[in-house]
Design a protein around this ligand. Sequence first.
Ligand SMILES: [Zn+2]
Ligand SMILES: [Zn+2]
Length: 172
Amino acid sequence: MGYKFDEHGFMIIPDPREFRIEREIGETLKNKVVIVRHAYCPNGHDVIWKYVKFNRHPGLRIHVRRPDGQEGDVVTSPIFGDHTRMCIGVDLVTGEKLEFHCPICGVKIPVLDKCDQCENGEMRVWSYNPNYDISHGIAICDVVDCPSSYIVSADELIAHAQVHVDLNLSGL
Ligand SMILES: [Zn+2]
Ligand SMILES: [Zn+2]
């Protein structure tokens, strides 16, 4: 595949979860992961939020609205492919479609495309550029517990598995 992705907005590091395991069990593990470092709403707000961390990395904060009108915040892990999340003031129900908003200005997070892994989901994109650019960033499905998330690079959707293979093959 030879996929090269722009590191702007992302950071490639040894998997911090494995680092912890490595310390605990004394084995050397070499997997790398991609950390989302910047995620901008269409109005230029970076929603990476330092007050909730996942393995020491600040999470991506989403203001969500459920179909019944309940609103709250969800902070998701910035480790690409990791679906760990924390909910603040909202209950999430598997399969429910959410509205995603910027927690700072309330703007709706734009849709790139329909999700290819669930029925009603749409891929919402945060740009890694402060001048919002839907063709470069991070895309997450708006249906609760749908595993769909991609890095968007020049309109191409890069799956976690592909990044994982490329990172480990390239020996970064
Ligand atoms: Zn905003
Ligand atoms: Zn989906």
